[in-house]
Design a protein around this ligand. Structure first.
Ligand code: FAD
Ligand code: AMP
Length: 471
């Protein structure tokens, strides 16, 4: 007989949410995770809480405050003489935020009567899971269903090997104990941009090397162009079409060689962050030995509803690919749990929001103009600049715009793209609208409080029909 109805492997945002939903639905649930703190204690929450979303946002917030006080406070009549940074204190605050939240998940497990099992899980036959704890003890557990949520780890490139001293991955870059004078970043994806912004705001001279010729190739072109201009204004040196070919350490500095259209170039920095994406984590799981299909890029293959090639074994989150975002994994976890008890839950892959936490933020949902052009869909666009928003002006942060793309025939909202203050929060209105298959007219007829940043969405919706009031 099985020990549990469900064993979840991995307690990141995909796994812990799946475990909680399973328990809420009355299934006996265990969750296995191997993550330990520096002092050897289990730390739930996976990449997201320990070395991802949360610590990066904590440092973005601290660095944003410092940057504001240094560059903009005087405009508000606030004088800040003798301003300085204490990186140790900043890191301690970040660590405290992480600790509180990871402990919170342990509390949620207790509340929902989920059995937490510390250790590394290996899949056996007949839905058995062998767990080897940090102290070497091993136990074998069996379940009616298994949910694999083992996540991802930073991708590495042989030309810039991580030494955890001068050449670091995102985890190392979240733990610098001082502000590097010259900082190189390989990769202008969300992680490279966010970490570049943290240290640039704190005073590093940051150069970001990106192999692709286009900035943020996945984003709306006008939004990407506006963000690129703004980041340049903030002092980030963004080198596009720059393919890194080598990084060598000597005399306590890193010499980075890269190739661009002008030929071979060199950059000398004090620290180098390698932020070239993330790869699925199936290490130690031995999933392939049980017949679970893994594709050539290392992701666990799933069919609709996250079912692997083995009946009763599911996989969710980063380990199956698609958008490597915490909320995508969490919703997959909810869907799998609910389907296990016969509910007909579905994932809305078309309305997953994307956010990049630069300042101002970049956020979008749905299709870009380029994607619609490629499929021959006719569309209309409404665009409203934050410069015309009373609330953005009161804030003193007027860069960027909202762009709403709607079907030319039906007026249905097909995509919303925002570059501007609080875009990460504003995008949710667009997600709700798209989830309910709203038209631009629905948004235009919705009363928005004044003065709010969300009025920019209202105006952009009016703009789809050429009737903006304030621009
Ligand atoms: P993970 O969070 O990677 O968790 C997997 C867990 O499984 C880990 O705890 C691991 O210890 C455990 N595990 C693995 N193998 C085993 C095994 N064999 N046995 C036992 N346990 C195992 N996403 C966003 O949506 N928003 C953001 O702002 C954001 N910012 C980010 C910033 C940074 C710097 C980074 C690195 C990532 C960021 N992400 C962000 C991405 C986000 O962290 C991931 O998409 C998310 O954590 C994936 O969740 P997951 O549960 O699939 O996997
Ligand atoms: P993401 O996968 O969104 O986190 O982004 C990672 C970025 O790193 C991608 O845009 C890649 O083009 C970029 N990248 C990968 N390898 C290199 C390299 N050798 N030199 C410069 N950029 C790279």
């Amino acid at each position: 007989m099985a020990d549990y109805n469900v064993i979840v492997i991995g307690a990141g945002p995909a796994g812990y949410v799946a475990a909680i939903r399973c328990a809420q639905l009355g299934m006996t649930t265990a969750c296995v995770d191997k993550w330990l703190t520096h002092d050897g204690k289990p730390s739930l929450g996976g990449t997201c809480l320990n070395v991802g979303c949360i610590p990066s946002k904590a440092l973005l917030d601290s660095s944003h405050r410092y940057y504001f006080l240094q560059k903009h406070a005087a405009l508000h009549g606030i004088q800040c003489e003798g301003l300085s940074i204490d990186v140790t204190a900043m890191q301690a605050r970040k660590d405290e935020v992480v600790k509180t939240l990871t402990k919170g998940i342990a509390g949620l497990f207790k509340k929902n009567k989920i059995t937490f099992v510390e250790g590394t899980a290996r899949l056996g036959d007949n839905k058995q899971v062998e767990v080897t704890a940090h102290d070497g003890n091993t136990k074998i557990l069996a379940a009616d269903n298994i949910i694999i949520a083992t996540g991802s780890v930073p991708a590495q490139i042989p030309v810039a090997p991580i030494d955890d001293e001068l050449i670091v991955d995102s985890t190392g870059a979240l733990a610098f104990d001082s502000v590097p004078k010259r900082l190189g970043v390989i990769g202008a994806g969300a992680i490279g941009l966010e970490l570049g912004c943290v240290w640039s705001r704190l005073g590093s001279q940051v150069t970001i090397l990106e192999a692709l010729p286009d900035f943020m190739a996945m984003a709306d072109r006008k939004i990407a162009a506006a963000a690129q201009r703004e980041l340049k204004k903030q002092g980030l040196d963004l080198q596009l079409g720059a393919n890194v070919t080598a990084a060598t350490v000597a005399n306590n500095e890193v010499t980075v060689s890269y190739q661009n259209k002008k030929g071979e170039q060199q950059l000398v920095v004090d620290k180098l962050i390698v932020a070239v994406g993330r790869k699925p984590n199936v290490e130690g799981l031995e999933a392939d030995k049980t017949g679970i299909q893994i594709n050539e890029r290392g992701f666990i293959e799933v069919e609709g509803h996250c079912q692997t090639s083995m009946l009763g074994i599911y996989a969710i989150g980063d380990v199956i690919g698609g958008p490597m975002l915490a909320h995508k994994g969490s919703e997959e976890g909810v869907m799998v749990a609910e389907r296990l008890v016969g509910q007909k839950s579905e994932m809305s892959y078309e309305t997953i929001p994307w956010v990049i936490y630069t300042s101002p933020e970049i956020a979008w949902v749905g299709k870009t103009e380029e994607q619609l052009k490629a499929t021959g869909v006719e569309y209309k666009v409404g665009q409203f600049p934050f410069a015309a928003s009373g609330r953005a002006r009161a804030h003193g942060d007027t860069s960027g715009m909202v762009r709403i793309i709607a079907d030319a025939q039906t007026d249905r909202v097909l995509g919303v793209h925002i570059f501007g203050i609080s875009a990460s929060e504003l995008i949710t209105e667009a997600v709700v609208a798209m989830e309910f298959e709203s038209s631009a007219e629905d948004l235009a007829r919705t009363i928005h409080a004044h003065p709010t940043l969300s009025e920019a969405l209202h105006e952009a919706a009016l703009g789809v029909d050429g009737r903006m009031i304030h621009a």
